[in-house]
Design a protein around this ligand. Structure first.
Ligand code: GLU
Length: 425
């Protein structure tokens, strides 16, 4: 059996470049536009000090990369993870530009993060780290300029601290009209209902559409999930409501399997209590090779980049990969999936539900409105399925794979805007 190696995230940006080059060649993207989009606009790296609970000072490195704002303000999440680095944040920022363009929301692309392991810090240390980074970013973020949101290991509480810190730095009379400086906030602090589940909900909307197109009955399918954070747990729970059977889950603590089915609601409660899937009673532990080789209908990677690679893709025994994570499949992985006839709903489509509902949150804040869940969900459904349809058409038009087609849809809209506006001066 092939041994699965856990790859580090070296060269994720190289992945983006290869995906971008493939789509640009195929669609014959204007060479000037290609030049512009092949670079990020701003790259901010900040080393900042924070006082720890025991009184000593620790220096953290934070990043914010702004890739492009031709279609609207920079937009994208902030992640707290030991592997955060400039190469990764560049890649993630660029994917956000494509995501906004593909789903026709008026946002550009950005991403940021702090290189750290949040599990090593107390709640009050996390708060000070978040606030100090927000303060250090200063006017590099803003409600009409660059709008952060949750990502890996960040959550509504962290967004509330960002909001509060940002508002404290501007004149009092301007504060109420600036709460859209960050999205993914707690609902009471101006967040949108439905934002917390939005990424997982979007993943499931696209899977439903795929199932319908392929005459698959979702009450009769099996699925495996990598990652049981916000995206993975919501995708698992929402797919579970169709009667689909979850048979294995991998997260940072371990890998569990039960071919008779794992109850996603129960697992969710267990993970909230215990911090991970490891030790979940109604399951057995398995190794990575077994996990990747499991026979199932759907695989939802919902963790980090570079998981479906030359090492792991040959093991896969599924019909569909639905990318809840950003960049889970590298270029080698893509080639192998195609050879094996495994369908793919690419990240910039599949996981776009998060930023789509972030857009709805931003709009609600600007208009001082509070929408109901039904409205949020139905607008999300319309937007993500419209993008799905566009990608499907382009796949047929260019006889290409779904990732390249998604890029072509996104790049065409960016190309149009650059052609209309030209370049100053
Ligand atoms: N971090 C999420 C993503 O990668 C959401 C970004 C946002 O809502 O701005 O799409």
């Amino acid at each position: 059996m092939v041994k699965v190696m856990t790859k580090t995230k070296i060269g994720v940006y190289e992945n983006v470049k290869q995906q971008f080059a493939k789509a640009s060649d195929l669609m014959e993207l204007d060479s000037d536009v290609r030049e512009i989009l092949s670079k990020t606009t701003n790259e901010i790296i900040i080393n900042f000090p924070v006082k720890m609970d025991d009184g000593h000072i620790e220096i953290f490195t934070g990043y914010r990369v702004q890739h492009n704002n031709a279609l609207g303000p920079y937009k994208g999440g902030l992640r707290f993870h030991p592997m955060v680095n400039l190469d990764e944040v560049r890649a993630l920022a660029t994917w956000m530009t494509w995501k906004g363009a593909l789903t026709s929301i008026p946002f550009g692309g950005a991403k940021g993060g702090i290189q750290m392991d949040p599990s090593k810090y107390s709640q009050s240390e996390l708060e000070r780290i978040t606030r100090r980074f927000t303060f250090a970013l200063g006017n590099n973020i803003g409600p009409e300029y660059d709008i952060p949101a949750p990502d890996v290991n960040t959550n509504p509480q962290i967004m509330a601290w960002i909001l509060d810190t940002y508002l404290s730095t501007i004149p009092p009379h301007e504060r109420q009209r600036c709460i859209h400086v960050v999205t993914g906030k707690p609902v009471e602090s101006g967040g949108s209902i439905g934002r917390n589940k939005a990424t997982g909900q979007g993943v499931v909307f696209t899977i439903e559409q795929w199932a319908q197109d392929h005459h698959f009955d979702l009450s009769n399918v099996t699925y495996i999930i990598q990652g049981f954070g916000n995206v993975g747990s919501w995708a698992a729970r929402l797919l579970g409501r169709h009667g689909s059977k979850l048979i294995a889950v991998e997260d940072i603590t371990g890998i569990i399997m039960n071919t008779d089915g794992i109850d996603p609601e129960e697992l969710d409660a267990y993970v909230k209590e215990n911090g991970g899937v490891k030790g979940y009673p109604k399951s057995e532990p398995i190794d990575k090779d077994t996990f990747f080789g499991l026979e199932a209908d759907i695989f939802i990677p919902a963790a980090l980049e570079n998981q479906i690679t030359a090492e792991t893709a040959p093991l896969l025994n599924v019909k569909l990969v639905a990318e809840g994570a950003n960049g889970p499949t590298n270029t080698d992985g893509d080639i192998i999936l195609k050879k094996k006839g495994i369908d793919l709903i690419p990240d910039i489509l599949c996981n776009s539900g998060g930023v789509i509902v972030s857009y709805f949150e931003w709009l609600q804040n600007k208009r001082s409105e509070k929408w109901e869940l039904e409205k949020v969900d139905s607008k999300l459904y319309k937007k993500i399925i419209a993008a799905y349809g566009k990608v499907q058409n382009v796949t047929e038009k260019y006889s290409t794979d779904w990732r390249t087609a998604a890029y072509i849809v996104a790049l065409s809209s960016l190309e149009k805007v650059y052609k209309e506006r030209g370049i100053f001066p």
